[in-house]
Design a protein around this ligand. Structure first.
Ligand SMILES: [Zn+2]
Length: 96
């Protein structure tokens, strides 16, 4: 992953979905990128990644806090694979 995208449209190039993880309860939701683009276009909301991050809330009904981490999630990667890759990146960083 090459850092944060600038806009929601950038996710199309890497075929990514949007992952919203709550800092409070740890709940993770994966949102459909195209659905998000369509709904934000409809409501004339910004496609800027900073605005996307700002607008997200925890999807757990009992939580709904705005304190969430929003990340691009490439398709075709199951969660264990993503975690493994992250662990590998950490290992690489540590060996530098
Ligand atoms: Zn939450």
């Amino acid at each position: 992953m090459v850092g944060h995208p600038k806009t929601l449209h950038d996710l199309r190039r890497v075929e990514a979905a949007v992952q919203v993880k709550c800092r409070k309860c740890g709940h993770v939701a994966v949102l459909d990128r195209e659905e998000m683009i369509a709904s934000r276009k409809h409501s004339r909301s910004s496609m800027e990644w900073a605005a996307i991050q700002h607008d997200q809330i925890c999807r757990k009904p009992s939580c709904v806090r705005g304190d969430v981490v929003v990340l691009p999630l490439p398709f075709g990667q199951s969660m264990p694979e993503v975690r493994q890759r992250r662990a590998m990146m950490l290992a690489v960083n540590l060996s530098l």
